[in-house]
Design a protein around this ligand. Structure first.
Ligand code: NAD
Length: 469
């Protein structure tokens, strides 16, 4: 069992970055990381690194973001362990060559295949809110694909970043995998290196910086960006079910979840019943209030506390439930605000915190129009209602992913590809998608020498050859 002691945050020296990347690249070029036995060994070591450091990860997530142990287990530790188990079980199958489908007999003699080849040396940049899952998750895909990798966890969750550094450095091949810690200067130094892919999770504004920098060297990117996700509750929805599920989707991690609903549109007929159920459910979930509850996280730091507080100060909406804050603890109560205007800043901006604006609408059509006007490509979508209504919403509002009649449950399915669309991101990962995102599908044909007579037709002079086809 590894130490549960949390180390103070230490940024990686910037001048060590080029040699670290160079070592990873040399190791990749040595072919060492390509055999399946090597990949499986590294994945198993990573698994045991997480198991051995579980207590430290729980403590670190508590220190960084006040995350309840239960949430750290289900959405960080077990999430990574389950993903590793799924990947190791299926890796041999995924690595197999694929034959080209539906080809004529003559082409089949060329043995056309798709080989699954690792992209090379990759950079993974994590966000702070799920500090373990969002860093280790892509790393699982990189190892499975046979890449070498440098991980850059978020410095905004510093205790977790240090535990992950310990796991990477103690359990994985030090010639192939590294963890570089730090903020903007260290990340900028990493971005000055040449990569074969950059996998980034975080805000769209920083995602733009990453994509621009990557474009200079034509480096491919996977971008997992921000939300502004609508939930729509129609008059045929069950108000108690919708209230319970949407509250779960908002209080988890104190609302610091990219796929949590950013705002809820409720058909006017059902609004009073929905609000009543919200109030009842809040009491059921947190009988002594959220501040006294061990089941409610904190805002990650004072900067984000003030960012969220400012949103609440500036809204023209009316607080229906919540509103309590304590700066000393970075505590913000889950706060339900009724807004009158789709252009309210609570809807237009991503709160990335425990704020839940409600907007009354007259019809499903109005909700769809609003959702498309706020953001044409949100990360998530949550329609509640009967089958015809939820299907209509699903058809007419696009999004990276969606859960019908629930909050962000699609993000809890570890084998389902996860990713955004448009300005909520590009590319996807988790399960097989993690392997795919770090894999090059290389088309290869092999032309036997004995076919030369058959292929003679392709050479000039072409005169008179067309009639042979
Ligand atoms: P962030 O963009 O501030 O930071 C993300 C990473 O980028 C960190 O590792 C950070 O060190 C690095 N970074 C920050 N500024 C940089 C710069 N100028 N140059 C280079 N690197 C820089 O994001 P965050 O605050 O950690 O996370 C919140 C945002 O991320 C929200 O918008 C949320 O919706 C989004 N998010 C998306 C997903 C997803 O899977 N789509 C998951 C979690 C969070």
């Amino acid at each position: 069992m590894a130490s549960t002691k949390l180390e103070p945050f230490e940024a990686t020296p910037i001048d060590s970055i080029p040699s670290t990347v160079n070592l990873c690249r040399t190791t990749f070029q040595s072919q060492k990381t390509k055999p399946i036995a090597y990949r499986l060994l590294q994945l198993r070591k990573l698994y045991w690194g997480i198991v051995d450091n579980s207590d430290a990860l729980v403590e670190a997530c508590k220190k960084d973001i006040g995350k309840p142990s239960f949430e750290t287990y289900i959405s960080e530790i077990d999430w990574c362990k389950n993903d590793i188990m799924f990947v190791t079980k299926n890796l041999a199958k995924w690595m197999k060559d694929e034959s080209a489908p539906d080809i004529p007999l003559t082409n089949s003699l060329l043995n056309p295949k798709i080989r699954k080849e690792p992209l090379g040396t990759v950079l993974i940049i994590g966000a702070y809110n799920f500090p373990v899952q969002l860093s280790i998750g892509p790393l699982i895909g990189a190892i499975a694909a046979g890449c070498t990798a440098v991980l850059k966890p978020s410095e905004v969750s510093p205790a977790s970043a240090m535990v992950m550094k310990r796991i990477v450095e103690t359990y994985l091949d030090p010639n192939a995998y590294a963890c570089a810690n730090g903020g903007v200067p260290e990340t900028s130094a990493l971005l000055n290196e040449k990569w074969d892919k950059i996998f980034y999770t975080g805000s769209a504004s920083v995602g733009t910086i990453i994509a621009k920098k990557a474009a200079e060297t034509l480096t491919p990117v996977c971008l997992e960006l921000g939300g502004r996700n609508p939930a729509i509750v129609t008059k045929h929805a069950d108000p108690r079910l919708a209230a319970r599920r949407l509250l779960w989707g908002k209080f988890h991690n104190a609302g610091q979840v990219c796929i949590s609903q950013n705002y809820i549109m409720v058909e006017r007929d059902i609004l009073p019943a929905f609000i009543e159920q919200i109030k009842i459910t809040m009491k059921e979930f947190f009988p002594k209030g959220q501040k006294a509850s061990p089941d409610y996280a904190r805002i990650v730091n004072n900067r984000h506390f003030h960012r969220i507080k400012k949103m609440l100060d500036e809204t023209r909406g009316k607080i229906l439930v919540g509103g309590e804050m304590d700066e000393a603890e970075n505590f913000i109560e889950l706060t339900i605000v009724q807004v009158e205007d789709i252009k309210d800043s609570m809807i237009v901006d991503e709160s990335f915190g425990p704020l839940m604006p409600l907007l009354a609408v007259d019809s499903v059509e109005e909700a769809i129009r609003n959702a498309n006007a706020v953001h044409s490509t949100p990360l998530g979508l949550y329609p509640f209602g009967n089958k015809a209504e939820t299907t209509k919403i699903l058809n007419e509002v696009t999004s990276g992913g969606a859960t019908v009649n629930d909050a962000f449950f699609h993000g809890s399915i570890p084998t389902l590809a996860f990713g955004g669309i448009g300005d909520s991101g590009q590319g996807a990962y988790r399960g097989k998608a993690s392997f795919d995102t770090f894999t090059h599908r290389r088309s290869v044909v092999q032309t036997p020498g004995w076919m030369e007579k058959m292929l003679d037709v392709r050479y000039p002079p072409y005169d008179g050859k067309l009639k042979k086809f």
